[in-house]
Design a protein around this ligand. Structure first.
Ligand code: ATP
Ligand code: MG
Length: 404
């Protein structure tokens, strides 16, 4: 017989149905036994006269008739004709899937397969799926195409120290900390509007509630722009399409770095022009502005990556997007002139040889271009007000965790 999700039973009164799932609760009243059966869609009461004995989280397969019930929560219950035990719980449950007994995050992640059985935990991953889907839809609609650059690189991108080294036959390789240089080469290649939904790997040693060593990056790169404001506009529209309705967001303001530094100093938070914001600064800015989302643009060139297009001697055509006070995306117009790019590398004491594969792309005609990278887990974390970014990852990778 055809299986239905338990939430569909209300529409099947007097019908015979088949449902499968976990035993959420079991009560033996002697003549009659009550089972609350749970699947991904919810719970339903099952009644049987079988002399069956069950424990919480056993997996069962039930065939029976849906009838109205005054006592059951859903207003219906299933009168079982047959109950087949698929698998029994063999050990004491280390995490309580009903959520009545709370567990710390470490234990929850260790037993993710039990933790996931809680509806509110399932919901996090449904939200994550919805967000990446709506991101895709918003970009496809605007004639972007999705590309899949390699995550194994022969040179550490961006020259940062925070890369994982891996063995690649007889050579050393690195896991991509960002698809940055590759998405730029693709745009220079003539695919004018591209996006990416792939992980990035960062060997950040510090253990914070905002950082993962493997995170999903939602990237965009686009050609023929006049400034970083073209990218800001796109990201604003995409984000409003993704969550505007969920949080009542209709617009996102843009503030300049210089203005925000002034605001911080006026509010007794010391910061010099030229400094990057710390997480404390970011929290204070949120407190001062009191807006759910905002852009800050025009960061000092020296605190941004080498490929960032300068505005003048001091500032750059760059921006960050903040959601409830936390940076969730960074973007910029990029340098498209190879001489300028070489100077930018040398100014940061990076070796031109290391970037030759990339610089070469700028020697055969390169359009103006820009883009952004947005962290999917940071986005989910802020949207659902999670306490720790690890909650937004099924099997997080951090300093101490490689299994499960
Ligand atoms: P932060 O300063 O907050 O560590 P970042 O400026 O180094 O972040 P970017 O290089 O700008 O990060 O990456 C773009 C986006 O990717 C960030 O805004 C963030 O949403 C996400 N991201 C970057 N690194 C991580 C990480 N280690 N864990 C989770 N998300 C990350
Ligand atoms: Mg950033």
């Amino acid at each position: 017989m055809h299986r239905i999700p338990v939430s569909d039973a209300v529409n099947q009164i007097d019908q015979n149905v088949r449902v499968s799932g976990y035993v959420h609760e079991f009560r033996n009243l002697g003549k009659i036994r009550f089972i609350i059966l749970r699947d991904q869609s919810g719970t339903i009461q099952v009644v049987t006269r079988d002399k069956i004995d069950l424990n919480r989280e056993d997996v069962i397969d039930v065939i029976g008739k849906v009838v109205r019930s005054n006592i059951a929560k859903a207003g219906v219950e299933i009168q079982a004709e047959s109950i087949r035990v698929i698998s029994r719980v063999k050990k004491k449950l280390p995490v309580d899937p009903s959520g009545i007994i709370p567990s710390d995050l470490d234990t929850r992640i260790k037993y993710r397969f039990l933790d996931l059985r809680k509806p509110e935990v399932m919901e996090i991953f449904k939200t994550k799926s919805d967000l990446i889907n709506s991101y895709r839809q918003a970009l496809l609609k605007r004639e972007f195409i999705e590309i899949h650059p390699s995550l194994i690189l022969g040179a550490a991108s961006e020259g940062g120290a925070e890369v994982f080294q891996v063995e690649y036959f007889e050579r050393k390789a690195y896991l991509a900390q960002s698809p940055q240089l590759y998405k730029q080469m693709v745009v220079i290649g003539g695919l004018e509007r591209v996006f990416i939904t792939l992980p990035i790997y960062r060997a950040e040693k510090h253990n914070t509630i905002y950082h993962l060593n493997e995170a999903m990056s939602l990237d965009v790169e686009m050609a023929h722009i006049d400034s970083h404001y073209d990218v800001i506009e796109l990201l604003r529209d995409v984000v409003i399409e993704m969550i505007g309705n969920k949080i009542g967001l209709r617009n996102i303001n843009v503030y300049s770095y210089e203005h925000v530094v002034e605001l911080l100093n006026e509010n007794n938070m010391k910061i010099e022009l030229g400094d990057d914001f710390s997480k404390d600064h970011e929290r204070k800015i949120y407190e001062i502005l009191g807006e759910e989302m905002y852009f800050i643009e025009g960061f000092p060139t020296k605190i941004r990556a080498f490929y960032t297009m300068p505005k003048d001697d001091m500032y750059s055509r760059s921006f960050d997007l903040f959601f409830r006070g936390l940076e969730i995306a960074s973007g910029a117009q990029r340098i498209h002139d190879v001489d300028m790019l070489e100077n930018a590398l040398l100014e940061r004491n990076l070796r031109l040889e290391d970037f030759d594969f990339y610089l070469e792309a700028f020697r055969y005609g390169a359009p103006t271009h820009g883009g952004f990278g947005m962290g999917l887990e940071r986005f989910v974390m802020q949207l659902l007000r999670l306490n720790n970014i690890r909650e937004a990852v099924l099997f997080p990778r951090d300093r101490t965790r490689l299994l499960p």
